[in-house]
Design a binder for this molecule. Structure first.
Ligand SMILES: [Zn+2]
Length: 265
């Protein structure tokens, strides 16, 4: 069984700065434990859920924007038991690990040194964390090095698109996923460059046809306009079961996929 805990479901600048929703990323457990995109408040969210940062096997960063890496160094210290234990994997896109022009690096040399394995990933690269295989996928975003992650779990593929415009190549990288997690920053009728809007999420869901579509990383305007309206649009136009993530929502991926909402705010 694979388990996902949503430690934050807000995204974009305003939702992050004002913490309209939390921005702690997603925690995936499938033998290995990986913390995906730990934005500001990730350590607080773990504390509130009574989850131990020292148990993580990997910290993953999809791109070099603070809503995706804000707490990463804190969690690297957690993963390594405050640097006393030389363990774990840090994997991120190239700019967050190595820096590229205006972006990054997001992680200091010190924090890269206390982890035994550091991977700067580009689209198509693969990474093993214990028995869990992870593939980096393509994105089109303002960080040109951005990537998504496809997790090949024992219960099928769970795909995290991350921040991206909708492109054929992005759709192609997620075909066959059982669970498709999309960062939907902008609501219906308010598409902007570099991000996915509700219309884009509906089209992508209709083309990928996962068993379950998950919407998350909501911007403040989308939250203001109503998350449920976006979910209804995606589900109605794609015909695919669609869930709008909530902070601290837990999902179990087994033969069936179940969702438990744990109001922690
Ligand atoms: Zn973002």
């Amino acid at each position: 069984m694979a388990k996902l805990t949503f430690l934050g479901t807000g995204g974009g600048r305003f939702a992050t700065v004002y913490q309209v929703r939390r921005t702690g990323g997603i925690y995936l457990e499938d033998g290995a434990r990986v913390h995906i995109d730990p934005g500001p408040g990730a350590a607080v969210a773990l504390h509130e859920r009574k989850m131990d940062p020292a148990k993580a096997d990997a910290v993953l960063i999809s791109h070099c924007h603070p809503d995706h890496y804000g707490d990463a160094e804190v969690l690297i210290e957690g993963m390594t038991a405050c640097s006393f234990s030389h363990r774990g994997v840090l994997a991120g896109n190239r700019s967050s690990i190595s820096g590229n022009g205006d972006y990054g690096p997001a992680i200091s040399d010190y924090h890269k040194r206390i982890v035994p394995r550091v991977a700067a990933m580009g689209p198509g690269d693969e990474l093993m964390v214990k028995e869990l295989r992870i593939t980096a996928t393509r994105t089109w975003h303002s960080d040109p090095d951005g990537i998504g992650f496809r997790f090949h779990t024992r219960k099928g593929d769970i795909s995290y698109v991350s921040d991206s415009e909708l492109r054929d190549e992005v759709v192609a990288d997620h075909l066959g996923a059982r669970v498709l997690i999309m960062n939907v920053t902008r609501p219906l009728r308010y598409r902007v460059r570099h991000h996915m809007s509700t219309e884009d999420a509906a089209e992508m869901t209709g083309r990928v046809k996962p068993e379950l579509a998950v919407l998350t990383h909501f911007g403040s305007k989308l939250i203001h306009d109503g998350v449920e309206a976006q979910r209804r649009h995606v589900e109605a136009s794609s015909g695919v079961r669609t869930v709008a993530a909530e902070d601290f929502m837990v999902m179990h991926v087994n033969e069936a996929i179940t969702v438990r909402r744990t109001k922690g705010v």
